[in-house]
Design a protein around this ligand. Structure first.
Ligand SMILES: *Cc1c(COP(=O)(O)O)cnc(C)c1O
Length: 436
């Protein structure tokens, strides 16, 4: 499969180049030149396949012969080695739990697949890949754990001192091996500025092969299509074949992957884009005007994005028929007060603890089901993270019911390894040069 830039659909690059460049020079985003339609036999019999089998079939159709079947098989078995179950909460309300991977967030799908794809392409004696990531919490953990032990790669994570939760900090700092954690005396924006500057620094680029492995990489999007097919397969087993997905959205990669799955033939009835107060997309769907805004801080901070990068990809998938967009996607947004109320309502009704991002998707689904008077259509809302990652947002009477997964209990036994740095670029550069 070749890939083009959304800003120049005549351009062509290989999958390998799309992965290593991350972003085209023209500031568009890479997309497959064509989105293949999967055969009906596969779609109609989805419920007879396992998640890795589904992943392999979908990836092979998307990537063609970029990676031979046995290589792709190995990558998928290594990367997608945890479950993504749907859990029924009501007759027509299901939660798709995407937090059973090592960092307890859906970003594990993208990070684990991307790291192995990069390592695969690096095999022929190429220079070690140095991944630099700035994180406000969730991305760093998924990238660190995604690359942990992956040959020929090294990850340097920058996180703002005192601004990530305890569990997130443990996930960033207890890895060792090919993962280094830098605690920056500054904000997330300071961390991001350091990383951006490193990418433009001639001396660093001469010495290291730097990459950002960031969320707009096409190798992170592709594996996120897998769990939509797999959720649909599980719903089929329960006799549900009309499905609406509600997706908690920030940078719109997750829902973008769902739409890609739909374009590949997954018969989804509708998508709901659920956001916090950063409501650029819900506003656009309502008014037709796309107005990027500075982000505002909310309880669901992994979705605090005022100008979602992946919206370009979604627009690209509707470029032949833009009027279909409003037909396929509805937007809902909720403020922090509504988010807290949703967390409480979910707990009261089902004795289920949802993280703030997940709670927003549930509320959007409930509102949509009420607005549309839907009959015989099952709603699946995506749970993007385990609630234990956000301990501060829950009232004590709910927090005490959060089960701590084994991955976290293990982390508490491990030793923290972290280097403290100021937000000064020269200090950061000096650290990188001295620690080859
Ligand atoms: C990253 C993240 C999101 C937002 O996903 P996008 O793909 O950026 O829309 C939602 N919830 C959690 C917990 C996240 O970490």
């Amino acid at each position: 499969m070749k890939f083009y830039s959304t800003n120049n659909t005549e351009s062509r690059v290989s999958f390998k180049d799309a992965v290593f460049n991350s972003m085209p020079q023209d500031k568009g985003l890479y997309m497959p030149v064509s989105i293949p339609r999967l055969d009906d036999k596969f779609i109609n019999n989805l419920d007879s396949y396992s998640l890795p089998e589904i992943a392999f079939h979908v990836a092979q159709n998307l990537l063609g012969d970029d990676i031979p079947a046995d290589g792709l098989q190995a990558i998928i078995h290594d990367a997608i080695n945890f479950y993504a179950p749907i859990v029924q909460l009501e007759e027509d309300v299901f939660v798709l739990e995407l937090f059973h991977g090592p960092s307890l967030a859906f970003k594990d799908f993208g990070a684990r697949f991307m790291s192995r794809i990069m390592s695969y392409f690096l095999q022929e004696g190429e220079k070690q890949l140095d991944v630099l990531v700035a994180t406000s919490g969730d991305t760093g953990g998924a990238v660190a754990l995604g690359f942990l032990g992956v040959p020929n790669t090294r990850v340097t994570i920058l996180f703002p001192k005192g601004k990530v939760s305890d569990i997130q900090e443990l996930q960033l700092t207890t890895n060792g091996q090919n993962i280094r954690a830098l605690e920056i005396d500054g904000t997330f924006d300071d961390c991001q500025a350091l990383v951006k500057r490193a990418f433009t620094d001639a001396e660093l680029n001469a010495k290291y092969r730097l990459t950002s492995a960031n969320s707009i990489n096409i190798a992170r999007l592709i594996p996120q299509t897998f769990y939509y097919f797999n959720a649909y397969a599980q719903a089929l087993k329960l006799g549900k074949d009309k499905i609406v997905f509600s997706v908690p959205s920030g940078n719109f990669g997750n829902i973008g992957a769902g739409i890609m799955a739909w374009k590949m033939g997954l018969p989804v009835q509708h998508f709901i884009a659920a956001t916090n107060a950063n409501d650029t997309v819900p506003q656009f769907l309502k008014t037709g005007i796309y107005e990027a805004k500075p982000s505002v801080a909310t309880l669901s901070n992994a979705m605090d994005v005022g100008n979602p990068s992946n919206w370009m990809r979604i627009a690209d998938m509707f470029k032949e028929n833009p009027s279909l967009l409003n037909h396929e996607i509805s937007g809902y947004s909720f403020n922090d007060e509504e988010t807290s109320a949703a967390i409480k309502a979910i707990y009261d009704r089902y004795k289920y603890v949802a993280c703030p991002h997940t709670a927003i998707a549930w509320q959007a689904l409930k509102d949509y089901q009420q607005d549309q008077h839907l009959a015989n259509t099952a709603g699946i809302f995506l749970s993007t993270a385990h609630p234990c990652k956000f301990p501060d947002v829950f009232p004590a009477e709910i927090a005490e019911h959060i089960e701590i997964p084994a991955q976290v209990a293990d982390l508490q036994q491990k030793e923290k390894q972290v280097t403290a740095l100021s937000k000064d670029f020269e200090a950061f550069k000096d650290y990188l040069l001295r620690n080859a």
